[in-house]
Structures are given as structure tokens and as C-alpha cells.
Design a protein around this ligand. Sequence first.
Ligand code: ADP
Length: 537
Amino acid sequence: MIKYCGMVKFSKSRHSLAGKLILSVGVLMIFCSAVFGFLFIDFERQVLEKNLVNYAAATADLIDRGIQYGMLTGRRDLIQQNVKVIGMGKTIRFIKVYGPDGKVRYSSKEPGAAEGPPPPIDFGNVDALTTTHMIVGRGAKKTLLYITPILNKPQCYTAVCHFHTEGRNVLAVLEAGFYTNDVDRVVHDNMIATVLSGGLFVLVISVFLCIILYKLVSKPVALLEAGMKRIAKGDLDAPIDINTRDEMGLLARTFNSMTQDLKRYRLNMENWTHSLEDEVKRKTQEILKTQEELVNTEKLASLGRMAAGIAHELNSPLTGIVTFAHLLKGRLPAANTEEHEDLQVVIDQAERCSKIIKGLLGFSRGAGFEMVEINLNSLVEAVIAMISHQTRFYNIKFDLRLAAGLPPVLADPNQIQQVFLNMLMNASDAMNQKGAITIATRYLPAEDGRRIVETEFTDTGPGIVEPDVGKIFEPFYTTKPVGKGTGLGLSVSYGIIKKHGGDILVKSEPGRGATFLIRLPSGGKGGRDVDEKRSGN
Ligand code: ADP
């Protein structure tokens, strides 16, 4: 596993920018070092060989002088002696002096000792010979051959011996062989030193290059890569920490500002999404409410049609039942108390039926509304005056907060009065006929281009629990005991207010009373100043 990871790491670093740079610079340095090393060693070899040649020339000159001295003095043994002694030099392999016939006249080696390489001399034309040198042989036998003619100088042909005539240019040929071992050894040593120092140089430069590239390239690139990965995961809160002034720093700063932009756009997008969600929720609620209202209106319409038919059919027989029950009761002797009570039950139940039928008729009416401009403050006061004598309102305190300068509404006064009466009856029932009812009127600022007059009924009863709030406007929904509630009061009121183009809203917190808001469109001109007036009974 570790090996595998290492391989991945290696192959990754090989393909990285820093890896490629190190590799290419390393190869370039090795190549340049090799070329320069080769040129340097070659140059050094040439210098050493030149020195060796100079040394060979000096040695040859020395031998030449020895030969001339020997010839002039007629001491041939001195020439041989001289050649032998000089030939014993450490760097000299051999010295030979050839006569024009090509035969060796003097040699540093003993006669019979191993001869050097054959001389590359054209002895048929030695006069044309000039000084020359060459390296021959290989390995331990590698030798610098120095060949130079021994010239016929004036002191030779003017000597008394007259052994050599002036016409001859070359008297003999000197051939000297020199060891090149020293040159080779120095070149070899230098080559090793050059390779080692070149390798060390490449190594040191590579290490420095690695450190510099790591600091300037690899580390910032790794930080950028990590930053990009963070962004890909959605984390936009961690900026890249590169504070240099170079291109990497510029890249990091650009990257950070891009991240900030991205964060801002994301925030805007989130806000936009939230507001869109809220808008969708609001619109959905509106649609649901409208749908509910439509269903309710439809229900009320069909109930109204049915109620009109039933009321028409049942009204006359019920009136007959009540009338004849009263007649029968009148004819019965007062002693028949049981029969009197039974007949009273018949009368009560028939009257209850009549009451229900009257309620049902509320649905069927409407087309015959008598719409007039009415002042809701006056209507509220009239309704209070009407009910204040009834025993069920004796223990109820009324708090009227009627706005002054209220604009009139276009409505059927009887219908609105029935709605207000229903609100007050329900409040009284909810409070067990004890408590306070606040009635307030107000003019609401224009809404959707409509001007609204609102009447509020608030009681101190137990309120309405959440699940019931949505049901109280349904026909026949009641929480009152059997015989007391019909469940038609609010649905009839709802129908009346809707037919007037208005709205009924309910607000209630269980245990803290209920508030009904009746909103009607204002039908005439009126003041906007709402000056609340308080009164109580
Ligand atoms: P009913 O009065 O015959 O029950 P309504 O339609 O007038 O029929 O009322 C329906 C129900 O609404 C009532 O039974 C009652 O539960 C609830 N309700 C109406 N007004 C109030 C109120 N002010 N406080 C508490 N509950 C109320």
C-alpha cells in the first residue's frame, strides 16, 4: 500500500510543473556539464601534449648539441655516451640516431634490446625531412615520437676534418620516444575530478532548485488546489493564504476576490430563493383561501336554493301547527296540566322549526336586498339599544369605540343588523351571558384600490380553538348544546357580508376571547380621521 502510494506520489510529482522544471533543468545541466567537461579535458590534454612536445624539442636540441660536439671532436663514443645518459631520463622511452642510410648509429638502448616502433622516415629523401611529432601505440605503449633532422651547420662543413661537405643538408635523423603516461594520468585524474565536481554541482543546484520551486511553485499551487477543492465542496469562507507579490500572490488574490463574488452571488441567490418561496407560499395561501371561499359560496348558494324551497313548503304547515296548538291549549281545562305541558312542547318545537326556517331563508334572500347608504356607527347604536332590554345582555358591559367621520357603506340595513345581532348573541353565549363586548368601527386605508369600513366585535369569552376556526362558517356547524344552536348564524352572516362585497375575519387565542372583523366596502364619501369614542353601559 505504502509502495503504491509512493508510486502515485512519484508519478504525480513527475507530471507536476515543479517536477517537469526540475527534470528539464537537471537534464540541461547534466548535458552542459558534460559538454564543458569534455571541452575542458580536451583542452587540458592539448596543453599537456604541447608541453610534452616542447620538452621533447628541448631534449632533442640537447642531444643535437652533444652529437655535434662529439663529431667536431671526433669522439663518437661521447655521442653514444651522451645519447645513453639522456635516454635514461624518466620520461624518455628511447633515443635513436639514424644515418642517412637508415641504419641506427646511436641508441639509448643496449644493442639487441627491444627496438621502438619503426621510424616513419623516408630515408631516400631525408633532406626534405622537417621536425615532426606524433603519438603512436596504445595503452602502456602509447608514445610521443619526436623526429628531427640533425642539420649540417657551418661549423661542421668548415671543420678541419671536412668529413661532411657543404652540399649535404641533413647529417643524421634523431628519433626520440617519450612516455605519455603522465599526460594520460593527469587527464584521467582531471576527468574524474571534473565528473565528480560536475555531479556535485548538478546535485547542489538541483537541491536548491527543488527548495526554490517548492516554495515558489509547488506550495502555492497546492494551496490553490486545496482552495479550489474547498470551493467545489461549497465552502466559501476560507481564503487562500498567499501574500507574495509575484504571479502566485496575484492569482491567490484574484481567486479570493472571485470566491467573495461567488459567496455574494450565492447569498443573493439564497435570499432570492427564500423570497420566491415566501411569495409562492403567500400566493398558495391566497389561492387556497379563494378556493375555500368559492366552495363556501357555492355551498351557500345551493343551500339557499334548497332552503327557499323547504321554507316555502314548511312555513304554512308550521304556522298552522302553532295556531292550532294554541287553540287546542285554550280549549283544554286548566286542570289538564299534563296536556298543557305536552301542547307547550309541540308549540316550542314548532317555533324552533320556524326559527330554523327563518335562518334558512337568510340564504335565499339577497336578490331582494335594499341597498342604501348607511352609517355603521348609527346601526351599531340601534342594535345595542334593541338588545339592552333582553335579560341575556343584563350582565354584559358594552365598550363602544366608534370612529368619528366614518364614511357610509352601501348595504341592506336589515341584513347588516341581523349580522351584528348574530355577533352579539354568539358573544353572549360564549361568555355565559357575563363579561364585556367591545365594538369598534374604523376606516381602513385604501387596499387594492378599495375603501373599507371595519366593525370589530371582541368578547372576553373562552375564544375558539384552532381546529374549530376553520369550521365555524360552515352551515350547521355548532358547538352549542342540542336545541340551543342551529349552526346557521355565522354561515348566514358570512353569506350576507359576501353578497355585500365584504369579508368576515376571525382572530382568536383560546382563553383570551374572540374577535370578529366585519369589513364592508365604503359606498360614499367620508372623512379619514378616526377619532375613537368610548362609551359603556
Ligand atoms: P350557533 O350559534 O347556532 O352555534 P353559529 O354559526 O352562529 O351557530 O356559530 C357556530 C359556532 O361558532 C358556535 O357554535 C361557536 O362554537 C362558535 N362561535 C361563534 N361565535 C363565538 C364566540 N364569540 N366565541 C366563541 N365561539 C364562538
